[in-house]
Ligand binder design. Structure first.
Ligand SMILES: NC(=O)c1ccc[n+]([C@@H]2O[C@H](COP(=O)([O-])OP(=O)(O)OC[C@H]3O[C@@H](n4cnc5c(N)ncnc54)[C@H](OP(=O)(O)O)[C@@H]3O)[C@@H](O)[C@H]2O)c1
Length: 428
């Protein structure tokens, strides 16, 4: 029986999960890959921190050199997070002919190309399953089981924090700020929630998912991103009334020509499989030209689900280390369509002074910008300001923006209270 030694960079949430899985599932791991997998060194920042795992004290180090110079360590597992020094450590580990596993979506989304190229040049493997949707094995499925497909569309709920917030807002009718506070108290949201609620985390994951799905080098900066901070209980109520749920979706589409890559709150029909994905759960909906529709559902974060994906990658390397393969199929430089060029339906809520003729004025501004309307709802009669809600037919984002500017010039219009994109609407 052989033994493979790994160096763990980080012993936080994910590191602890990996340690516990390697220990608890020792027999299954041995049976499935034919090797004993042993963590032989652990890099942390603070050697004095009290930890919940039972790893022996002499495994810990705060000097990366101890892992780099240990020739018995064949695989380095980066679960420390951040860009630097994680990027530097990964590149140096590869330079030292070590295979690498990482869960670091922010790093892979922004420096993936450099890391993949280094892995290829050094003939080592780089796997990163846990970087998208935590425990859900979506990347390896796309890479292996779906390799004979052209992936045309991926749509994912890939951030558990925002899904929890939106689910709670919809269930209890409460506003964003109070649910965020509760999520922070429960540990579902960070004290600085920007990465989650502004959509950066979902955009990092979409960059990775889209690159793999569409075989393209996608630049993170070209992904359109909008968070959930402007979603109100009023919008959620309208969504329900119209037969939709509001979800933060990471959407990638490759239908020939330029690809679409966008993260934004989205109206999704209540009978769409993604609409019923609640709380902190993640799901990825995928359309392949051979397989058709598929959906993956599970936990997108947490020590054990994320650890499960990392350990799966470690075992994949153990099984393939003598006959390695490259886990990036990002070969083409595909261009991401500018947001102004994308076409979808829109929900638009406009606050107006309740004066005769205002609806007609707004409708003609939509018409002048080539936006046709599918439905209109007016509520709040007998109040000085009323809500007008419009659902458009498929329209170009550029035309919608033009219409919004023109509508704001109407005297009776107080504000554009919200604009939310609609996917897979009834008349599509
Ligand atoms: N948490 C999840 O559910 C989840 C899910 C999917 C992906 N991920 C990704 O997995 C990675 C790790 O996340 P996490 O939640 O486990 O983070 P975490 O709990 O904050 O743990 C980070 C660990 O890395 C160590 N570390 C950080 N910077 C270091 C440095 N400069 N030198 C040495 N050690 C350093 C820390 O050491 P100390 O303990 O001494 O501070 C800590 O042990 C991130 O890239 C994250 O995006 C996490």
């Amino acid at each position: 029986m052989g033994k493979v030694k790994i160096g763990l960079l980080g012993m936080g949430t994910v590191g602890s999960g990996i340690w516990n899985i390697l220990k608890t599932n020792r027999d299954e791991i041995l049976r499935n890959c034919g090797y004993e997998v042993e963590v032989s060194r652990i890099l942390v920042q603070n050697l004095n921190r009290k930890r919940d795992v039972d790893a022996p004290a002499d495994l810990y180090t705060d000097d990366f050199q101890d892992i780099l110079e240990d020739d018995e360590i064949e695989i380095v597992v980066e679960v420390m997070g951040g860009i630097e020094p994680a990027r530097e450590y990964i590149l140096r580990a590869m330079e030292a002919n070590k295979h690498v596993v990482s869960a670091n979506k922010a790093l892979i989304a922004s420096h993936g190309k450099e890391i993949f190229e280094k892995a290829k040049s050094k003939n080592v493997m780089f796997l990163y399953e846990a970087s998208v949707a935590g425990g859900i094995p979506v990347l390896s499925t796309i890479r292996e089981s779906l390799a004979g497909n052209k992936v045309e569309e991926v749509m994912g709920i890939v951030n558990g924090t925002t899904n929890y917030i939106l689910t709670k807002m919809a269930k209890d009718g409460v506003d964003f700020d109070s649910v965020l506070k509760e999520a922070q108290d429960k540990g579902y949201a960070e004290l600085d929630p920007t990465a989650d609620v502004e959509g950066y985390d979902a955009a990092h994951k979409l960059t990775i998912l889209g690159s793999l799905s569409f075989g393209a080098n996608i630049d993170f900066s070209s992904v359109y991103r909008e968070g959930i901070i402007n979603i109100t209980p009023t919008d959620i109520e309208y969504a329900k009334e119209l037969g939709y749920a509001i979800k933060l979706l990471a959407i990638g589409k490759d239908r020939g020509g330029d690809i679409e890559m966008r993260v934004h709150p989205t109206f999704i029909p209540l009978d769409h499989p993604l609409a019923s994905v609640g709380d902190v759960f993640n799901a990825v909906f995928l359309k392949g030209n051979a397989v058709g529709d598929l959906m993956f559902y599970g936990r997108g974060a947490g020590d054990m689900p994320t650890g499960s994906a990392v350990v799966g990658d470690i075992m994949d390397i153990v099984k393939n280390k003598d006959n390695i393969y490259y886990a990036s199929n990002s070969v083409d430089e595909k261009t991401v369509k500018p947001m102004e060029e994308t076409v979808c339906k829109y929900y638009i809520r406009i606050m107006v002074k309740d004066k005769p003729g205002v609806l007609g004025k707004i409708a003609s501004k939509f018409g002048e910008s080539n936006v046709s309307l599918s439905s209109v709802i007016q509520k709040g009669r007998k109040t000085p300001t009323v809500s007008l809600v419009f659902i458009t037919h498929n329209s170009k984002e550029g035309n919608i923006r033009k219409a919004m500017n023109n509508i704001l010039s109407i005297d009776e219009v107080v504000e554009i209270a919200n604009l939310i994109r609609v996917e897979n609407g009834v008349d599509e």
